[in-house]
Design a protein around this ligand. Structure first.
Ligand code: F3S
Length: 405
């Protein structure tokens, strides 16, 4: 891989040990994947934040690093709400370690916003064709597919290295030739809301790591695209997809239709709702916000919960910035007894491990909760999640002065 004179000097250790290690990681990846050079990036999103997955070895590694990031960088969800961790019964020992991890990242100049939806943050704009170094699989999928930006699915160390150098190796989804559709999915009936997460769950299994193109009979909005991509990244390893006449790249580039074509039947989506529900009949915990809720999803949850009281634990995950921006939605949700939780999620927090059956409205959470949290997971729309949390239609009595819309 070609390196500039300055990059050679960094590799020789002239700019210190942290940058030497950082460029060594990027050069090693670039050599493996055939990159020709390092290219500048606009931003980084760094995974490897939860103490649940990092452990003491990860904490030690981060704490030893020196210097400052060269591009705007934020973190993936941590293992707890950094300001209100006691509410989900996180242990003080875990909280102490988690705070040390986040402080170590902050010392490197990384913005202490722990979210898998960086594209919703102010000052973190992403444009068509921008090169990024993002880690979290749903964020990578959204950046590549919905925003038309370019990022590989970075590991925590490579995203951090890219942030410290302001560069990444030029391979994979940074290159035109790897962004071409390889498999086509036809869906011959209209979809709505959580159907897109169910579709992603099915399509990801079939696509593996190929780039799919979808031919749909309905036009997904941004949250539906987010759910589709998140589920495909979890049940498969899809980091880029196209939706005919919807996503920006396929609207600009004249791609050839792939020869591999699959029609997804309605019965396959019904199975996601129905057969998995048989796994556990009585969810003890209801969670939404995987990926983190957008403003529109917070608004919808607030409308659904207004005037009601939940009878089960109900956690709604979002970024701290959005929770601060929309206190009225947070207030309405919390009046019901549901909890708006920031900086973390149902998968990376150890809090979920205390439950044996969890209801989700996310294809990604459906794929990850069993393995990461040791709980069975069932799938439903946001409306179904709210209904389950308030105890079903029979007990769903609006409080005086409230309404159920
Ligand atoms: Fe985000 Fe956690 Fe889901 S990181 S995509 S909410 S598993």
């Amino acid at each position: 891989m070609y390196l500039t004179k300055e990059e050679e000097q960094i590799l020789n250790g002239d700019a210190g040990e942290t940058l030497r290690q950082a460029i060594e990681i990027l050069v090693a990846l670039g050599d493996i994947y055939g990159a020709d050079r390092l290219i500048p990036i606009k931003s980084a999103q760094i995974a490897g934040v939860s103490y649940k997955t990092m452990g003491d070895a990860g904490l030690e590694w981060i704490s030893d690093l020196q210097g400052k990031v060269k591009v705007p960088a934020i973190l993936n969800p941590a293992g707890m709400d950094l300001q209100d961790w006691e509410r989900l019964r996180i242990s003080p020992e875990f909280a102490e370690k988690q705070k040390l991890i986040v402080q170590a990242y902050e010392k490197l100049g990384i913005r202490c916003e722990c979210t898998c939806t960086p594209y919703t943050l102010e000052g973190f704009d992403v444009g068509y064709g921008d090169h990024l170094a993002w880690s979290e699989s749903s964020a990578v999928s959204y950046a590549n597919s919905v925003l038309g930006a370019r990022t590989n699915r970075e590991g925590g160390p490579s995203a951090l290295s890219a942030a410290l150098l302001g560069k990444t190796a030029n391979y994979g989804f940074h290159l035109d030739e790897n962004r071409v559709p390889e498999i086509s999915f036809d869906v011959e009936y209209p979809l709505k809301g959580s159907d897109y997460g169910a579709l992603g769950y099915v399509a990801g299994n079939l696509a593996g790591s190929k780039v799919p193109v979808f031919h749909l009979r309905s036009t997904p909005d941004a949250d539906e695209l987010k759910a589709l991509g998140a589920a495909m990244a979890a049940s498969g390893a899809v980091a880029l997809y196209h939706v005919e006449e919807v996503t920006p790249e396929i609207c600009r580039v004249n791609f050839e239709e792939p020869s591999e074509k699959i029609t997804i039947e309605k019965s396959q989506l019904d199975e996601v709702y129905e057969s998995l529900k048989k796994a556990c009949k009585e969810p003890e915990l209801i969670t939404i916000g995987c990926p983190h809720c957008s403003a529109a999803e917070l608004e919808k949850a607030a409308k659904l919960l207004r005037g009601k009281t939940v009878s089960k634990e109900f956690w709604i995950f979002t970024s701290r910035e959005l929770a601060k921006r929309y206190p009225e939605y947070v207030g309405t949700i919390e009046e019901s007894g549901a909890k708006v939780v920031c900086d973390t999620c149902m998968v990376v927090s150890p809090a979920t491990n205390s439950y044996s059956c969890v209801m989700v409205n996310s294809g990604k959470a459906l794929a990850y909760v069993p393995g990461m949290c040791g709980a069975e997971a069932v799938y439903g729309s946001m409306e179904a999640c709210v209904e389950e949390a308030v105890g079903g239609a029979a007990k769903n009595v609006a409080k005086k002065g409230g309404d159920s819309n």
